[in-house]
Design a protein around this ligand. Structure first.
Ligand code: UD1
Ligand code: CA
Length: 454
């Protein structure tokens, strides 16, 4: 037997994700549903990451190509028919390629089980009493539906009985199976081979491995974690509850780490949002994936920001939409009703109101007047607009890309710029104004005499 007390001992994981998730009523596999912008299976893999596992195999049903793409480069194993959790684990055997170290079994629909908790399970498995299986237990407010952990006379775990198979006395037990367990890989496959489906659901239950290991004279054990951390998602209502729980944890963390949230309950983070110190976020702000915000940035009310980096001291909003590929430089200002897409706004540059900047690079301290639009799309291709440092773009300018405005240039308001503007030049491109003295007055008088005749 390998020396499992060795701290360097490796472990692998089997992530079960083949279940149909019928109660989600979705075309999407259950584990692809998102919490804070990240799929549930993505959350599980995130928590497994720091454990330094030698491998994590994701068990999927046939046709779940989107799950395989989501978890890549982690390998997947296909469970042709959903015959139960024990059968699903068995399907991962080939993909694990003879691995005989410790095996963690986790569920794709139980997204919050943290790295520390998983490590506790592995640590317990490696203690000197040498348990064959360590199960992660919990005491939910309502235990109905869960498997119950039945303790042995030795204080260890004797067996797990599924709710449907349990007697009234067993159902009175509050200690429940979260589904997560750590198993001695040296005996895992012999335990799986011995499972049968003679039970209420007609399934091969992974949980029956405990009774089999006990029959072989092996100890089994459990560790407990808070039910909130072990929450499983089976329906859209539970998905919303999981989202709410995750958001409130992220808000708390943001504030603990030095951000001010004026109205925390109305700020929605993505799982990977990164905030610097002394960031101030107003009410009703939503972050998509891939946002990084430096120190001293202010995000005012009603902004939607995704895939963007916002550098020190910048101000964004209210009512700004920042789309992927955007960088807002130090001390830059993006005001109300401004949309940025794949646009770099240089340090100290300003786009204070009513502007669309797409596929653009704006130099430091440039000023983008109200109503400026980059015409970056001709129906077929996207092209770039480059604006030099210190340039001044007058209000209501259309910049027909590809086009470059040199540093220090000034564009007259209302211009349609179709050709490059040299540095320090003044460009005006609009119909010339004609004033016709007295014509307005005459027009009014004509209208009046017409209506008198009617
Ligand atoms: C399982 C446990 C139960 C525990 C509960 C916690 C068993 C027999 N029961 O019950 O003790 O309290 O989880 O939520 O293990 N899956 C597959 N292939 C299958 C069946 C399931 O991949 O053939 C996956 C599902 O996608 C899901 C997980 O395994 O991620 C759990 O399956 P589910 O059917 O929800 O198990 P429960 O009946 O809830
Ligand atoms: Ca379940």
């Amino acid at each position: 037997m390998p020396d499992r007390t060795n701290a360097a001992c490796t472990a692998a994981a089997i992530l079960l994700a083949a279940g149909k998730g019928t109660r989600m009523r979705s075309r999407l596999p259950k584990v692809m549903h998102r919490i804070a912008g990240r799929s549930m299976v993505g959350h599980v893999l995130d928590h497994l990451g720091p454990l330094g596992l030698s491998c994590a195999v994701v068990v999927v049903a046939p046709g779940m190509d989107d799950v395989a793409a989501e978890v890549a480069p982690h390998p997947t194993a296909i469970q042709a028919e959903q015959l139960g959790t024990g059968h699903a684990v068995g399907c991962a055997k080939a993909a694990l390629g003879g691995f005989a170290g410790d095996v963690l079994v986790v569920y794709g629909d139980t997204p919050f089980v943290g790295t520390g908790t998983l490590q506790r399970l592995l640590d317990r498995l490696r203690q000197s009493d040498n348990p064959a299986i360590v199960v992660l237990g919990m005491r939910p407010a309502d235990p109905s539906g869960y498997g119950r952990l039945i303790e042995g006379a030795d204080g260890g775990l004797d067996r797990i009985v599924e709710h449907k198979d349990a007697t009234d006395a067993e159902r009175a037990v509050g200690l429940c199976n979260s589904g997560v367990m750590a198993i001695d890989g040296a005996i895992l496959w012999t335990l799986i081979d011995r499972l049968d489906n003679r039970n209420a659901k007609g399934e091969f239950y992974l949980t029956d491995c405990i009774a089999h290991a006990r029959r072989d004279g092996r100890r089994c054990a459990f560790v407990e974690a808070p039910a909130e951390e072990l929450l499983g998602v089976n329906s859209r209502i539970e998905l919303a509850a999981a989202e709410a729980l995750f958001q409130s944890a992220m808000r708390r963390k943001a504030m603990e780490e030095g951000a001010t949230l004026t109205d925390p309950a109305s700020v929605f983070f993505a799982a990977d949002t990164r905030l610097g110190r002394d960031v101030v976020i107003g009410p009703n702000v939503q972050f998509g994936l891939g946002v990084e915000i430096a120190d001293d940035v202010e995000i005012r009310a009603f902004c939607h920001i995704e895939g963007a980096r916002i550098e020190r001291g910048a101000t964004v909003g209210p009512f700004a939409r920042i789309r992927p590929g955007s960088v807002i430089g130090e001390q830059a200002r993006v005001g109300n009703f401004v949309e940025l897409k794949k646009t770099e706004l240089g340090a100290g540059a300003k786009a204070p109101h009513l502007t669309y900047l797409g596929d653009a690079k704006i130099g430091a301290k440039a000023n983008i007047g109200a109503g400026t639009i980059t015409c970056n799309y001709d129906g077929f291709n996207k092209t770039k607009t480059v604006i030099g440092a210190g340039a001044f773009i007058g209000s209501d300018t259309s910049l027909v890309a590809p086009v470059t405005v040199g540093a220090g240039a000034i564009i007259g308001a209302g211009s349609v710029i179709t050709r490059d503007v040299p540095a320090d030049a003044l460009a005006i491109a609009r119909g010339e104004q004609v004033n016709k003295p007295g014509r307005a007055k005459r027009f009014r008088e004509m209208q009046k005499s017409k209506s008198n005749k009617d």
